[in-house]
Design a protein around this ligand. Structure first.
Ligand SMILES: [Zn+2]
Length: 153
């Protein structure tokens, strides 16, 4: 079994992560520092250049954030409600924003309840779920599929 072909190092001068070929003896950081690869720890060993790029990006992101290097390169599973709130947030018009939320919720769940709206509204922090539902119904933008369950038109 061959050793992994790539790894990630952290530059001792500027503290940025950098992907390197495992077999190399030295590398030059973008800050100009020549790094002796025998004297730094090679992390996140991989055979995949794509994985290497991910590891470098993740390492730099957490180094910039002042956090620890991620133990696991798998990102935490994203909360779909937070994702919907993020897509709706830039929409200025309140009704248009509610439309985006209801359409996204309908895509996510086929039908949604006021509790789903509440979870998006909690992240969005703009309209109350009751107001959103009332206005969506008032403008015929959603319809009640069954008791308490709604779907975007
Ligand atoms: Zn550097």
């Amino acid at each position: 079994m061959m050793g992994a072909r790539y790894g990630v190092i952290v530059c001792p001068k500027c503290g940025m992560a950098k992907g390197v070929e495992a077999g190399k003896k030295t590398t030059t950081c973008q800050c100009g520092r020549d790094i002796d690869l025998k004297r730094v720890k090679l992390m996140f060993l991989t055979d995949s250049p794509l994985e290497l790029a991910d590891s470098v990006a993740n390492a730099n992101a957490s180094l910039r954030g002042g956090g620890q290097l991620p133990a696991d390169k798998k990102a935490k599973k994203r909360d779909p409600y937070a994702g919907i709130a993020e897509r709706a947030r830039p929409v200025k018009d309140p009704l248009e924003r509610m439309k985006v939320v209801s359409a996204e919720l309908s895509r996510l769940k086929r039908e949604f309840t006021i509790e789903d709206l509440r979870r998006v509204a909690a992240v969005l922090g703009k309209d109350s779920p009751e107001d959103m539902l009332a206005r969506l119904l008032e403008h015929n933008l959603v319809y009640e599929v069954s008791e308490g369950a709604y779907r975007a038109v």
